[in-house]
Design a protein around this ligand. Structure first.
Ligand code: SF4
Length: 473
């Protein structure tokens, strides 16, 4: 490959939200290694004209020779590729590199796009730096040479040891929006990577992690790197988000060491809990932060349904109702801790009885547990690489997206809406039952839950830490 050197580099995300925080880690790393790297953390432009104007403005102001586009989430493939197209239409000499989970998973499809020069798969810091430095033999690299697609294979994989040099720094110098940090509702602190579970619906499962990152075991990052992230981030945001656990490893010590001696009393903490948080962890968070939002991941509102999925080995450990109620009771002891739940409707083996049980469950927690404040829910949808994509027929289900083309088509519907939708209105490839009666019942169930929750938010004046919607991808 011809040697190149990119001193000025621009990194942007494909979404209109904040889920491209991985860009901060990449840009920080490049910047510390002598590259004039800048990233745009949030692109609020919802029309194509505004998107184009903004991308051109960034290119004019920062004149990069390399632009990196993060396509992490499959809902935004078309928007990510539209950004690549805009960069190339501005100047064909600018090199375009794409990365992120979805780009890595569909690397053999996306590399054929005429506006994409390279794909960096999996962990990107070192490969991106080597690309900027014009080095050969870049790991995790897919590229085109003489119309042939070539790849170097996964040799760069983060682990506990080599991730020590990966941390957030220099936000005030590397972020485009450096004059206005008010749009950052939160910054995400990455405490680790990977997963050791294979929940059947999940595109972040172990089997997909192996495919897209060659990551066979999850790991926690060194505490001192996490502490650097926190110290840098709290200068620019009031809320830190955490969303990682290794199932089977108690996270208390990691958090305790990460927060120790840092004054976070005026900051809020948003925690996605992959399993039930222990009492001592809840206490630690309550004493550390101003406000704490826990968002506990459960597979179904119906206890019976949750436990059946677990029994069949399709999903990680699931809590009983009593365990959930105990958490809610325990959190009520702290004025600053609220609990939300995140769940999916329409999972396999759902029966009509689970619908009634789910609505009863909502009535119970909204009536009886003041620490509850939010329910995040959505219909089961296809995610690239999820284990169920090869077994859905066994569950009597239809999956509308299996290939890159299928996912692209759905993401194109988002792009073509005129005004790019927020997460609450994005199109997803929804998985349905072959049984139409059950589909209709689940659709009605979804509407009922929405009405119940809206009434609850209104009457009890409840919102989660981020208002109406917790996820802002
Ligand atoms: S849903 Fe399951 S497979 Fe996916 S990240 Fe969480 S624990 Fe891992």
């Amino acid at each position: 490959m011809k040697d190149i050197l990119h001193k000025n580099v621009l990194l942007v995300g494909a979404t209109t939200g904040m889920a491209t925080n991985g860009l901060l880690y990449l840009t920080s790393y490049l910047y510390r290694n002598g590259i004039n790297a800048l990233c745009q953390l949030r692109d609020n432009n919802t029309s194509d004209d505004a998107l184009k104007t903004n991308i051109f403005r960034l290119l004019i102001e920062h004149h990069p020779t390399l632009v990196g586009v993060s396509i992490k989430w499959f809902q935004h493939i078309a928007r990510g590729l539209r950004i690549c197209n805009l960069v190339k239409s501005y100047s064909h000499s600018i090199k375009v590199v794409v990365g992120g989970n979805t780009a890595s998973y569909f690397r053999y499809d996306i590399i054929h796009n005429e506006n994409v020069d390279y794909i960096i798969c999996g962990d990107g810091e070192l490969p991106l730096l080597m690309l900027c430095q014009g080095k050969d033999e870049i790991p995790n690299f897919v590229y085109k040479e003489h119309r042939q697609v070539k790849e170097t294979g996964f040799q760069y994989i983060h682990n506990h040891e080599n991730s020590e040099k990966i941390f957030i720094s220099d936000i005030g110098k590397i972020v485009i929006e450096k004059d206005d940090f008010s749009s950052f509702s939160y910054l995400y602190i990455n405490t680790g990577k990977g997963c050791n579970q294979n929940c059947f619906y999940c595109g972040g499962s172990l089997q997909t992690q192996i495919n897209t990152f060659n990551r066979k075991v999850p790991f926690y990052r060194p505490v001192k790197s996490v502490r650097k992230d926190i110290l840098e981030s709290v200068r620019y945001t009031d809320t830190l988000m955490f969303d990682f656990e290794i199932i089977g490893v108690v996270p208390y010590n990691i958090y305790e060491q990460s927060f120790s001696g840092i004054d976070l009393k005026t900051k809020n903490g948003f925690f996605y809990c992959w399993v039930l948080p222990a009492d001592n962890l809840i206490k630690l968070l309550a004493l550390t932060f101003n406000k704490v939002q826990l968002m506990i991941d459960i597979a179904s509102l119906s206890e019976n349904h949750r436990l059946i999925l677990r029994e069949k080995g399709m999903i990680k450990e699931q809590p009983t109702d009593e365990q959930l109620f105990n958490i809610l009771r325990h959190c009520s002891e702290f004025k600053n801790v609220s609990v939300g739940f995140s769940c999916i409707l329409g999972m396999p083996f759902m029966e009509h009885g689970d619908i009634g049980a789910g609505e009863e469950w909502i009535k119970n927690i909204t009536d009886n547990f003041p620490s509850f404040n939010f329910l995040e829910f959505g219909r089961l949808h296809a995610q690239p690489g999820a284990p169920m994509l090869s077994t859905y027929e066994d569950f009597g289900m239809n999956v509308p997206a299996l290939s890159f083309h299928d996912y692209y088509k759905v993401s194109e519907m988002n792009l073509e809406q005129g005004s790019y939708p927020d997460i609450g209105h994005l199109k997803y490839p929804q998985i349905t039952y072959k049984d139409e009666k059950l589909n209709k019942a689940i659709t009605l169930h979804s509407k009922n839950i929405l009405m119940m929750m809206q009434r609850y938010y209104r009457e009890k004046e409840k919102t989660c830490l981020f208002g109406k919607c917790s996820l802002l991808i």
